[in-house]
Design a protein around this ligand. Structure first.
Ligand SMILES: [Zn+2]
Length: 458
């Protein structure tokens, strides 16, 4: 059906514009009437109505036009259903775009929902901007997000599991027993596809082995079978959950956390030695203090001058040599981790990795007067198979950590969440937004005249 130009520009199907008024405050009032063949059908018996009962004026809320508000004045008819046997006496016209009893157009609802889901607005912000209430904006967002999130994620070969601190825990006191009942956990366990671009696959409240296993158990067996490598931090809880639910998958420890542990060990030794030597904590002016950031850096990133500075500072004294031994221990561990293909450019061999780890253990054993080094060696030997697997497969948990950043950002924008279910929905929507973006080159559609008029403004 051809529309007149004003109705086509207004763009709500079934509404015909017959007047427009500029109000004193700059807003626009658009006067419309119903122009839809099915609007006069009785909602109960579906028969076309015969007689107009009365005329009513409604003002459904609609999109603004640029920065100016638009108010819609819709002159509706209330019809009389004259069908014998139909219980409905009268009914007002309604359209798919403005369903019965709806105080806003569905395109406004959809926009508010899309702004939260796709543009990263908070619900409160979207509601405020469109002049609707928080519950309405939230419901619009849920209607948009839930069907997408309910879809089963495609199988992933490399799964990442990580914890995320969601906010403060909340408790309730049980009336009868007086016991505390946990309403909202401090933690979320997040599952992400570290290969592929599916983003966050799911979350579960809490961070115990049972919590993680619960989520894995909900996935179909075929999905679980497809997981080959699981990347985790050095965390025994998730390791046990993976062994329980994914017995065939290889565990890989995220190597960033292994190096982080070694760097922390070097710092611990330095602080202990400095305290023993001076009887106080280190401060600027101490030779050990001047190289503390160099000790945390990777060896290959030191210039010859910086390397010489470290050696000259630490090589001279007994105290310095203890720090030096810890630093060398860290670098020997990194030597083993640096065999991964991303660094060397060639596939690593398991024998080589274990040999280099042996050199690290050997170094630790020869410096067994440094307790921090022994503790590190014990930790590494406990996780040795998972570290070797990470070097061989090159799988890291970096993507999970990146998603954690988005999750934190979402929580900050919302000024933290009280409701963990809402938080999971918002975070998962944010962490899968990239996968929903349309392809860059959309095919150009053929233009089609809706007003059946030649383009001659004169
Ligand atoms: Zn009827």
């Amino acid at each position: 059906m051809a529309e007149d130009t004003a109705s086509a520009v207004f763009g709500v199907e079934g509404l015909r514009v017959f007047d427009a008024e500029r109000e004193a405050d700059g807003s626009l009032t658009v006067w419309v009437v119903t122009d839809h063949p099915d609007a006069a059908r009785c909602p109960q018996c579906q028969a076309p109505a015969g007689r107009v009962h009365e005329h009513v004026l409604t003002r459904p809320r609609d999109l603004s036009r640029g920065l100016d508000g638009v108010s819609v004045a819709w002159c509706k008819r209330r019809w009389k259903c004259e069908q014998p046997g139909c219980g409905r006496k009268t009914f007002t016209e309604s359209l798919p775009a403005v369903p019965p009893r709806c105080r806003l157009t569905s395109r406004l609802r959809e926009l508010a929902g899309a702004e939260v889901a796709e543009r990263g607005c908070t619900v409160a912000e979207a509601a405020r901007f469109h002049g609707i209430s928080w519950p309405v904006a939230h419901r619009a967002f849920c209607e948009r997000a839930d069907p997408v999130l309910a879809r089963l994620p495609a199988p992933v070969a490399h799964l990442g599991i990580d914890e995320h601190r969601r906010g403060r825990p909340r408790w309730r006191i049980e009336e009868e027993t007086g016991e505390y009942v946990l309403l909202a956990d401090r933690w979320h366990t997040c599952f992400s596809g570290v290969s592929g671009d599916q983003g966050l696959l799911g979350q579960v409240e809490g961070r115990t082995a049972d919590d993680a296993a619960y989520w894995l158990a909900q996935m179909p067996a075929a999905w679980r079978d497809a997981v080959e490598v699981v990347a985790i931090d050095m965390c025994t809880i998730y390791a046990s959950a993976v062994r329980r639910m994914l017995p065939d998958a290889t565990l890989a420890v995220d190597l960033f956390h292994v190096v982080q542990l070694a760097v922390k060990m070097t710092g611990d030794v330095r602080r202990r030695v400095v305290r023993r030597r001076y009887g106080r904590r280190g401060r600027s002016g101490d030779p050990e203090y001047g190289i503390k950031s160099l000790l945390a850096r990777d060896l290959e990133h030191l210039t010859p001058g910086q390397f010489a500075k470290v050696m000259n500072t630490l090589g001279g004294s007994r105290h310095g040599q203890e720090i030096l031994a810890a630093w060398i221990g860290k670098e020997k561990l990194r030597d083993a981790l640096n065999l991964r293909a991303r660094v060397t450019g060639s596939a690593p061999c398991q024998r080589n990795v274990r040999d280099r780890l042996f050199l690290f253990y050997d170094w630790c054993a020869r410096n067994d007067d440094i307790p921090e080094l022994l503790t590190l060696a014990r930790t590494i030997s406990r996780w040795e198979n998972d570290i070797v697997a990470a070097v061989l497969t090159g799988v890291s948990n970096a993507k999970s950590e990146a998603l954690n950043r988005i999750a934190k950002l979402e929580a900050r924008q919302a000024y933290s969440f009280r409701n963990p279910a809402n938080q999971r929905r918002r975070v998962r929507t944010a962490c899968t937004r990239g996968t929903r973006r349309p392809a860059p080159q959309a095919a150009r559609r053929q233009s089609r005249s809706v007003t059946r008029r030649k383009h001659d403004p004169g």
